[in-house]
Ligand binder design. Structure first.
Ligand code: SAJ
Length: 451
């Protein structure tokens, strides 16, 4: 049963039932968005803890933006379950928003895409032509090459029992201006009519432009290069942040000067690139390029620069402390912030981890404070500071995450309680002149440190 125009009409009337597999940072706000747009929603997550929390209206993700917008569980249009088999038969469209991480040897891990797809395809009613959309970031070819073999194995027929499509999530965690309700979207689908129908559907979710871009691989490639481009742009400024101090020039002065040119795109150097996207997705592109025998030299080099930044910064910090008479194995440092970026509680792939591992390996004692995280979200070897006003007897404060709460601490009081008043701005967000006047000895990434 082809959908034809019926799909767009039903999308326009909100007369479709949407399933979302995976109620994490992406899936939960997406499910809420479609519910708020008037659709009946079935939200599925394998984690009983997540389901219990969502049913109680509690936010299982670290993104505060979701805190108060979870629908009440008695809403008829809001169905939450751990069972894909229970949800799918009710759904016209199923969106899969599962993680696409990397393995320990930095290879794409498609196990979630595969297992979530299989669970959905096994639960599909024959003849229903359920539309199954992958939203996770992948390399070109994953949706087709991972799902079609399962569809064939289950003897499902495309266009009669199921149609697959790809629509990458793009929202920016911790940034309300670029939430699921605002960002532009692209749709890839071999069936143009279904592709156009999905344009109607997603146009109900977001006020941003929604565009059908042709086959699956075009949309897959678009999303992965969006993140690859960001990783490369950040790698450039991180490399410059290593070069310019050796020339006795502050990288921020240079970036400010260059940014007066209309087409200079400014990025900010820092202790490293974190999160489950930017430091991960380039490995997907590198794998795919290798598969077709075209080595991704630039992508690979940029990834190495960013991956090495926390280790480089740890080395600079130890040299700075030694310059001030503090040997590594006698030093105590306080990391200000642990999350991978400001205003969210998300420690995934945070550069704070390799930074502290390197410092610990040199004998430095590492403590950390992050008001967006719970103590159990820190590695065990980190001494978690829960009350920043009690922090004392440190030799260096290292700003790792530019949370508002970190910028607004009582720096005058903290400097009085330091054993050595050293400060390292790892995000180039602090007013170092002002802090120097308050007694701090200030250093920063990309700033000549007189080493
Ligand atoms: N960072 C820098 N310097 C910069 C910008 C960022 O060091 O100039 C660091 C941040 O501190 C952080 C990391 O990069 O550690 C990534 O943060 P981010 O804000 O750049 O990105 P994410 O991972 O939170 O979200 C990205 C976004 N992608 C792009 O902007 C191309 C978002 O739109 C995507 O939806 C998301 O990845 C995703 O899910 O793919």
């Amino acid at each position: 049963m082809g959908w034809g125009l019926d799909f767009s009409n039903r999308a326009d009337m909100g007369d479709l039932t949407i399933g979302i597999i995976g109620l994490g940072y992406v899936g939960l706000p997406t499910a809420i968005g479609f519910h708020d747009a008037g659709f009946t929603v079935w939200g599925v997550d394998i984690s009983q803890r997540t389901i219990d929390m969502v049913k109680k209206g509690e936010n299982p993700t670290g993104d505060a933006y979701i805190d108060d917008i979870i629908p009440a569980s008695n809403s008829e249009r809001w169905n939450i379950t751990t069972s894909t088999a229970k949800a799918v038969p009710h759904c016209d469209v199923v969106l899969i928003t599962v993680p696409t991480p990397i393995t320990a040897d930095l290879k794409p891990d498609l196990s979630y895409v595969s297992s979530a797809g299989r669970d959905v395809f096994q639960a599909i009613e024959r003849g229903s032509n359920t539309i199954v959309v992958l939203e996770s970031t992948v390399y070109p070819g994953v949706t087709r090459n991972t799902w079609i073999p399962i569809i064939n194995e289950l003897a499902l027929s495309e266009g009669r029992d199921v149609t697959i499509a790809y629509c990458p999530e793009r929202f920016n965690p911790g940034d309300a201006a670029h939430g699921v309700g605002q960002v532009a979207r692209v749709i890839g689908c071999d069936d143009k009519e279904v592709g156009q129908g999905l344009v109607s559907l997603y146009s109900k979710l977001t006020s941003g432009d929604v565009r059908y871009v042709g086959k699956l691989e075009v949309a897959e490639a678009a999303k992965v290069i969006e993140n690859v481009q960001r990783d490369i742009n950040i790698a450039l400024v991180n490399e410059l942040a290593r070069i310019f101090p050796e020339l006795d020039v502050d990288v921020e002065d240079v970036l400010s000067a260059a940014a007066t040119k209309w087409n200079f795109h400014r990025y900010t150097p820092g202790v490293g690139v974190g999160g489950h996207c930017i430091p991960v997705d380039p490995y997907y592109m590198m794998q795919r390029a290798a598969d077709v025998g075209v080595p991704a030299e630039l992508i690979t080099a940029a990834r190495a620069v960013n991956r090495n930044m926390p280790i480089h910064v740890a080395g600079v910090i130890c040299k700075l402390m030694s310059k001030h008479g503090i040997e590594a194995n006698d030093a105590r440092v306080l990391l200000m912030g642990w999350s991978y970026k400001p205003e969210i509680g998300d420690p995934r792939e945070t550069p704070a981890a390799p930074l502290s591992e390197t410092l610990l390996s040199k004998g430095v004692k590492v403590s950390a404070w992050d008001p967006h995280l719970n103590p159990e979200q820190f590695p065990q070897e980190i001494d978690v500071v829960e009350d920043i006003s009690s922090a004392r007897e440190f030799d260096m404060v290292i700003l790792v995450t530019a949370h508002k709460a970190c910028l607004e601490i009582n720096w005058e009081k903290l400097v009085e309680n330091m054993r050595t008043p050293l400060l390292y701005d790892g995000r180039r967000v602090l007013d170092l002149n002002d802090l120097t006047e308050n007694g701090w000895i200030c250093h920063a990434v990309g700033r000549p440190n007189g080493l």
